[in-house]
Each structure stands twice: as C-alpha cells, then as structure tokens.
Design a protein around this ligand. Structure first.
Ligand code: ZN
Ligand code: FE
Length: 255
C-alpha cells in the first residue's frame, strides 16, 4: 500500500500525497507550488493526479504540474467527465476502477457539492474532496439535497473503519454546529476536545474514520430522533431523511 501524507495549501486545503517507491500521486492540487516543492524535497516523480471536482482550489495547479512533469506518456489526470477540468486525460463518471501505484482505486459518483463530484476509494482510504468533511459536509453549489443525501448514504455504507481524507480543515467549526444540533451527544463533545487539542498543537484533525463521522456528523445522522427534532425546529417539513438533511444544510449555511 502507498504511504499517505498531506501538503497544506491556501488557508485550509489539504492536498493528499500518495507515495510508493518514489512515485507520487496527488489528490486535488489546487496550487502547484507547494506540490512541486514537496516533490523536489523528497525526490519524488509525479505519476498521476486525481481530481474530485472542478473548483479552483482543487484543480488550479494541474496545468503547471503537468507542464513541469514533461513525462512521456503525460501524467494521467483522472477527473469528472461532466465538469470542466484543465488537462484531464481520463474522464470518469464513477464506478471505474483504476490502477495507481499498484493499488486498485475505485471512483465513486458523489454529486451534490458539484454535479460531477467524485470520491476515490483505495483500500480503506476515501478521498472525498468537498463532499464529506470532519463533522460536516460540502455546500450544495450545483446539486440538490436529494443528490447530496444519496451521496452521503453511499459513503455511510462503506466499512466503518474507512478513513476519511477530506480536502479542508473545517472540523472545529463543524463540531460547533454539530453540538448545536445535538447538545446531548457526548461523542460530539469528546471529539471537539480531541480536535481542539490537535489544532492547538498545529496538527490536522483529518483523516477521521467513518465510525467517528457516523457518531458525530449531523449530516450522517438524519435518522436520529434528536437530529430529526432539531431539523423540524429549523424548517424540515417532515422527518424524511432528505427533508432533515435539507433543513440541516440550510441551517448550517447561516450558522
Ligand atoms: Zn469545492
Ligand atoms: Fe474546496
């Protein structure tokens, strides 16, 4: 299995770096400079790029990275087929299996944040871009609540030990919202204490595990009575999972 580390970018993005035998794959390189610096420092060759969605903070570095790599054949850029992606070589719709650094990587369609958003599953590691965050989920820029709820259900059905490599450090703020939704959930308070300690030490709060998200992430808990009750007080017209999800998402937008 490859080793996984991160390259910090912008204010709160994580560019995930998968590495094996000095070959590297990066996920969502929004900025080329910190990736090029890391490749040079560690003597790594860029072997591939995975893109989850078209937003600039996820694909902005692709042009420069592929131009600098000067390899033949060119560095493969795996990305959503239905979105506008610079330098894409391999368009994906979800459901495909790729072979990267000797591992099978499965593309999953998880629309909602954007219409063509993909996640990539390698063993028990999920690179989910802006779909699921630590204790939260992405905003609905292009998809419907129904699509996003279905995408989150796809992720929730993976094994609980799955590690969640999301693309932003948003966990602390998300846990404040989670505590407002479920003030009596002790797992949320415990996680908030753990995350605060990590962040004070300058460490990332991610990856989390799916088990941790299932216990603390309100957007994965739309069938819990306490979450339904809170959503009903914030505009959910009924207690279906999609109505609860939509009310939570709307509440979070203004939180
Ligand atoms: Zn995004
Ligand atoms: Fe983003």
């Amino acid at each position: 299995m490859f080793e996984i580390s991160f390259i910090p970018a912008f204010k709160d993005n994580y560019i995930w770096l998968l590495c094996r035998d000095r070959q590297a794959v990066v996920v969502d390189p929004g900025d080329a400079a910190p990736v090029l610096a890391r490749l040079a420092k560690d003597g790594l060759t860029l072997a591939g790029i995975l893109i989850t969605h078209h937003h600039a903070d996820h694909q902005g570095g692709v042009g420069e990275l592929t131009a600098r790599a000067l390899s033949c054949p060119p560095v493969p850029v795996f990305a959503p087929a239905s979105e506008s992606i610079t330098g894409r070589t391999t368009p994906l719709d979800g459901g495909e299996r790729l072979l990267l650094l000797g591992e099978t990587v499965e593309a999953l369609a998880v629309p909602g944040h954007t219409a063509g958003h993909l996640a990539y599953l390698a063993g028990d590691c999920l690179f989910c871009g802006d779909t699921l965050f630590g204790a939260g989920c992405g905003r609905l820029f292009e998809g419907t609540p129904g699509q996003m709820a279905a995408s989150l259900a796809t992720i929730a059905a993976l094994p609980p030990a799955t590690r969640i490599y999301c693309a932003h450090e948003y966990t602390e703020a998300n846990l404040r919202f989670a505590a407002a939704v479920e003030p009596d959930n002790p797992a949320i308070a415990a996680r908030a204490a753990r995350v605060a300690k990590l962040r004070r030490a300058g460490l990332p709060s991610v990856p989390s595990t799916l088990a941790e998200e299932l216990a603390t992430n309100p957007f994965l808990r739309c069938r819990e009575p306490a979450v339904i009750e809170a959503a009903r007080q914030h505009g959910a017209p009924d207690q279906t999972a999609v109505a609860v999800f939509a009310a939570l998402r709307g509440w979070r937008n203004g939180f």
